[in-house]
Design a binder for this molecule. Structure first.
Ligand SMILES: *Cc1c(COP(=O)(O)O)cnc(C)c1O
Length: 407
């Protein structure tokens, strides 16, 4: 990376960061569709394997298309941050086939039987299932509590010496809760824990967990980073370069959750407009939230930009804007939720988030249909709750579509 690229503004970095000149003068880095790499001589093979000469070996270990996306995301996540010596913070990113693959590498690269994870009760569903159904078989337990009560978190850490990792995710579904990165990360570090943060909802544009000294950041790149819904992907970033280049790289390669040229190419393409998109996503979301708030058919709007949100102050403190995710409760309950989805004309009825189009789902009749009603409601998923990822359409069109569908 040249000095010039290091000093670029964020949007310029989105476009130019991580790019290396193509050997054939292609403007963009091509999709490397090759599983293996050739050697000019047996001696060169020895040098590349020993790490004395840079070079690609095998597709599962990475390729130039993948490296460009990794380096770009590493520059974004570390943008403007410094290390303990005051030098620009250097991060290593490893692209994966999915957000879950990146999380799996992070977990298995750091934990062993007998270790315990401490985390907040409102995690991404897949992560929660990983903690509940997969890790216990490997002897890794978890303690789940409300991270908004930081005193209780500290008590729990002190009471259990097997706790090795603090797992943060903020904001999180379904009511867009935030936990305090500065307070919790400092607490975790003070007690010698590995601290990691799933930054998918906020993205590096709105929030940089490395600012609070976390050890790892994970993203599902499927969401805002790709931004166009064209590929599943995930990234794991770490600040301990020695560990990232050894244990974590080894874990990534052996678990086999590697990305591929096509997915990396569409991700890099999406990242070029990332800063621009986030500004528009957030501006639209604020206006949509205000419009919904005054609608007679809406009971409640959960959006971090509204002062009524219980985590408004935390969001103001650690996020540049309140994001593009929100949920709202329809007064008419379950039936109103189903009716609303059926009446949408422009917005897309789908799970996931972070695409150009506004994505809307009714968890009670879709993602959480198999969950008993009381359990679902305890998690904040009420009968008439609608989850929305506000897109990049003209905001008047989004508001018009939502309004006609509620009526
Ligand atoms: C989607 C998501 C994941 C999982 O990512 P995949 O790319 O679907 O594997 C993890 N965390 C959060 C917060 C997510 O939204």
């Amino acid at each position: 990376m040249s000095e010039q690229v290091k000093n670029l503004g964020f949007d310029s970095l989105c476009i130019h960061g991580g790019h290396k000149k193509d050997g054939n003068r292609g403007h963009l880095t091509p999709i490397y569709a090759t599983s293996t790499y050739t050697f000019d001589s047996a001696e060169q093979a020895v040098d590349i394997f020993k790490g004395n000469e840079p070079g690609y070996v095998y597709g599962r270990f990475g390729n130039p298309t993948i490296n460009e996306a990794e380096d770009k995301i590493a520059l974004m996540e570390g943008y403007g941050l410094t290390d303990s010596t005051g030098a620009p913070l250097r991060l290593k990113a490893i692209l994966h086939s999915s957000g879950m693959a990146a999380i799996t590498t992070m977990l298995l690269g750091n934990l062993k039987a007998g270790d315990t994870i401490i985390s907040h009760f409102s995690l991404y569903g897949g992560t929660q299932e990983m903690l509940d159904k997969i890790l216990p078989n490997l002897g890794i337990k978890s303690v789940i509590l409300d991270f908004r009560n930081t005193e209780k978190v500290e008590e729990a850490i002190k009471a259990d010496s097997s706790i090795r990792m603090m797992y943060l995710e903020t904001p999180s579904n379904p009511t867009i809760q935030c936990v305090d990165l500065a307070v919790l990360s400092a607490m975790g570090k003070q007690h010698g824990l590995i601290v990691c943060a799933d930054n998918t909802f906020a993205t590096p544009y709105l929030q940089q967990p490395f600012k609070y000294d976390v050890d790892y950041v994970m993203h599902s790149t499927t969401k805002f980073l790709n931004g166009h819904g064209t590929a599943i992907g995930g990234v794991l970033l770490g600040r301990d370069l020695e560990k990232m280049n050894t244990v974590i790289t080894k874990t990534h390669r052996l678990l086999g959750g590697n990305s591929n040229g096509f997915d990396a190419f569409v991700l890099t393409n999406g990242l070029r407009t990332f800063g621009l998109r986030m500004e528009r996503h957030c501006a639209n979301a604020m206006q949509v939230a205000r419009a919904l708030q005054t609608h007679p058919g809406v009971q409640k709007v959960n959006y971090l930009g509204l002062e009524e949100h219980p985590d408004y102050a935390v969001a103001q403190k650690q996020m540049k804007h309140p994001g593009a995710m929100m949920s709202f409760e329809l007064k008419g309950g379950y039936d109103a939720g189903v009716r609303f989805i059926n009446k949408l004309k422009m917005c897309t009825s789908a799970v996931s988030l972070g695409t150009c189009d506004t994505l809307i789902s009714h968890p009670a009749s879709t993602t959480n249909v198999g969950v008993p009603r009381e359990k679902r409601i305890a998690f904040g998923i009420t009968d008439g709750l609608i989850r929305m990822s506000v897109g990049l359409e003209n905001v008047e069109d989004i508001i018009e579509d939502l309004t006609q569908a509620i009526n």
